[in-house]
Design a binder for this molecule. Structure first.
Ligand SMILES: *[C@@H]1O[C@H](CO)[C@@H](O)[C@H](O)[C@H]1NC(C)=O
Ligand SMILES: *[C@@H]1O[C@H](CO)[C@@H](O)[C@H](O)[C@H]1NC(C)=O
Length: 188
């Protein structure tokens, strides 16, 4: 009767040995060798926030796109966005500073600092922490080019948010709500 217990313990320890480096690899900050891979437009598909009010706030985000463009300064990237929330579109633009693996910007009085994580191809996974006065929080947001995501890539996203201790009940884009037009002034 002792043998199965030993085997079980061995199996258990090899499992933990296998899962521990897993998380480390899944949440390693990442910068593509070719920065062009991150430029252009991305559509929000999955996200989570922490603490709760920020997680909850994602529910009001019915659709969202971002666009990253290079500037003449290789350290500065322009981030534009169009968020569909509370039945209206909100557009914005900031210049983000890239320094090594970290990217910082100020959006709506909050100072954000974040980085990209390894993810599926044609996908962009962003996580940041932000501070606004005494308030701090963090987000993780998954974008894809087409606004859809493969179920197997959703599984990887789930593991990644688990590793980072974000709420498990992540938020997803419904895939239906129209994206806000690219320009505030467009007649769409
Ligand atoms: C970002 O930088 C560019 C070039 O330096 C400038 O033209 C633009 O106004 C800046 N945008 C914002 C939102 O600060
Ligand atoms: C900007 O911040 C203010 C105060 O911090 C908040 O009331 C408002 O909802 C924020 N706006 C957006 C678009 O996040």
């Amino acid at each position: 009767m002792a043998l199965p217990a030993v085997v079980f313990l061995l199996a258990l320890s090899s499992l933990t040995a296998a899962t521990a480096p897993d998380c480390k690899d899944l949440v390693k900050p990442f910068m593509p060798e070719d920065p062009k891979l991150i430029f252009g437009k991305w559509v929000y598909v999955l996200g989570a926030g922490d603490p709760k009010p920020y997680h909850k706030a994602l529910e009001s985000l019915k659709s969202s796109w971002i666009e990253l463009s290079p500037t003449s300064d290789s350290q500065i990237v322009t981030l534009r966005w169009g968020d569909h929330c509370f039945n209206r579109c909100v557009w914005g633009e900031v210049n983000a500073t890239v320094s090594g693996l970290a990217t910082t910007f100020r959006k709506n009085l909050s100072d954000h600092k974040g980085h990209i994580l390894q993810t599926c191809s044609d996908c962009l996974l962003w996580t940041d922490t932000f501070r606004n006065g005494d308030t701090t929080g963090r987000y993780i947001l998954q974008f894809t080019r087409a606004g859809q995501i493969d179920p197997k890539d959703v599984e990887i996203f789930k593991k990644q948010i688990g590793c980072l201790n974000f709420p498990e009940n992540f938020h997803s884009y419904d895939g239906k709500t129209e994206l806000c037009p690219h320009d505030k002034d467009s007649t769409e």
